[in-house]
Design a protein around this ligand. Structure first.
Ligand code: AMP
Ligand code: MG
Length: 396
């Protein structure tokens, strides 16, 4: 059995970033840019009116006091209205300012008598209400550097500078294989000895929550040949395989042996932790295999503590669960010298271990907002003693 810190180190050493792909900008949310992106044109591409109003030459108005309205330009108009001396053009937000005009006045600040325009804006200055060509960005300038995670604003910005496709790091494809003769699908009647299968639903949800959409779910009975065949097939089509159950040392636990049969190299098996003591990690030609425990609570704990960051790294994102130290609201004693991960609730600056810590119990996890890490060496924690809190992603 190896310590938690050692396991984290081994996983990190064997994790890499997937080679970049080209994605349509519409699908790029949350992805990390694999290269710098440059503007394909000036933005705005022309001098643009920022208001509904009138465009004119500032000096003309100062000389003449009033102007004659001559034509109009709605947004998106192709034709290029030009401005003759003493004239003003009716203009709308987003429209190209006519050649020669240098100022726009808001329609709320004018008086119209027929085609005669009287501007009533004491504060108006030359150049006002015009978004000048290239003020956002110039053609060829850096729009966003490689390494940027695309937020909705980033996607909007790049679309707005004319970028239709981007080079990004892909999210990994992930297979989930649940093992166990006792598993029944929710919605079906349970025979004696069966339980409802929940790990695949839970893992799929955890993956979807982090933007991993390429998910394959499969299952195998507690049978070495069947599990080997399923694992071999999924290894061909996925970057990461997550197995649940069958990873201990029982007579019906075949995950480690099946992995060996498929040519997966074991990097560790069994950790000094609770829950999740039997956790397995292996690798085959750049494909990562996690043998997660069977008990749902252990599965999800191991997913957040080991798999989550790994998947983020594959996708080019350097992310960890939000971690900080907070005082315990009650005393807590461990029964052994293993690292413990407790389901907990962090609230008002302190953290409370949930009731129902047993690894088959998910109800406490469903109400928790964090995991509490208690280190190997300390057995008895006092009320008020600081512990490490890892917020679950939806709360972090
Ligand atoms: P195992 O490690 O295969 O012995 O499984 C440990 C415990 O987790 C057993 O009580 C299993 O019935 C349970 N278990 C295994 N797989 C699942 C699953 N997919 N959904 C719910 N419980 C499971
Ligand atoms: Mg089993």
């Amino acid at each position: 059995m190896i310590p938690v810190t050692e396991a984290r180190k081994i996983i990190k050493e064997h994790t890499f970033t997937l080679p970049p792909v080209t994605l349509n900008i519409a699908k790029a949310i949350g992805h990390v840019l694999a290269e710098d992106v440059y503007a394909s044109c000036d933005i705005p591409p022309f001098h643009q009116s920022a208001m509904d109003g009138y465009a004119f030459v500032f000096a003309d108005w100062k000389n003449k006091g009033s102007l004659l309205i001559n034509g109009e330009v709605p947004a998106g108009t192709e034709s290029n209205v030009s401005l003759s001396p003493g004239k003003a053009v009716r203009i709308f937000t987003g429209a190209a300012v006519p050649e020669g005009a240098d100022t726009v006045v808001m329609q709320e600040k004018v008086n119209r008598e027929g085609e005669q325009l009287f501007i009533e804006d004491e504060l108006l200055e030359e150049g006002k209400n015009i978004r000048r060509r290239g003020t956002e960005i110039r053609k060829g300038d850096l729009a966003l550097p490689g390494g940027t995670t695309l937020t909705p604003a980033g996607v909007g910005f790049l679309s707005g500078v004319g970028i239709a496709k981007v080079r990004v790091y892909p999210r990994p494809s992930v297979a989930v294989i649940v093992t166990g003769n006792e598993l029944q699908s929710p919605g079906e009647p349970l025979q004696h000895g069966q339980i409802y299968e929940s790990n695949s639903f839970m893992l799929r949800s955890a993956l979807l929550e982090m933007g991993v959409e390429n998910i394959m779910v499969d299952g195998a009975k507690d049978n070495l040949d069947e599990l080997t065949a399923v694992l071999r097939k999924t290894l061909n089509h996925n970057d990461v395989v997550l197995l649940t159950g069958g990873v201990s040392v029982g007579d019906y636990d075949f995950v480690v042996e099946a992995s060996g049969n498929c040519g997966v190299q074991t990097l560790f098996h069994r950790l000094k932790q609770r829950p999740g003591k039997p956790l397995y990690f292996g690798k085959k030609e750049g494909k990562l295999v996690f043998g997660l425990p069977g008990n749902p609570s252990s599965v999800l704990t191991c997913f957040y503590e080991y798999v989550w960051t790994t998947l983020e790294t594959l996708a080019g994102r350097e992310r960890k669960l939000t971690a900080f130290r907070a005082p315990l609201s009650t005393a807590f004693s461990k029964k052994n010298a293993l690292t413990h991960f407790l389901k907990g609730v962090y609230k008002n600056g302190e953290v409370t271990p949930s009731a129902g810590q047993e690894s088959f119990r998910l109800g406490s996890f469903a109400r928790a907002n964090c995991l509490i890490q208690l280190n190997e060496e300390v057995r008895d924690y006092k009320k008020g003693e600081e512990v490490e809190v890892h917020l679950l992603p939806v709360y972090g």
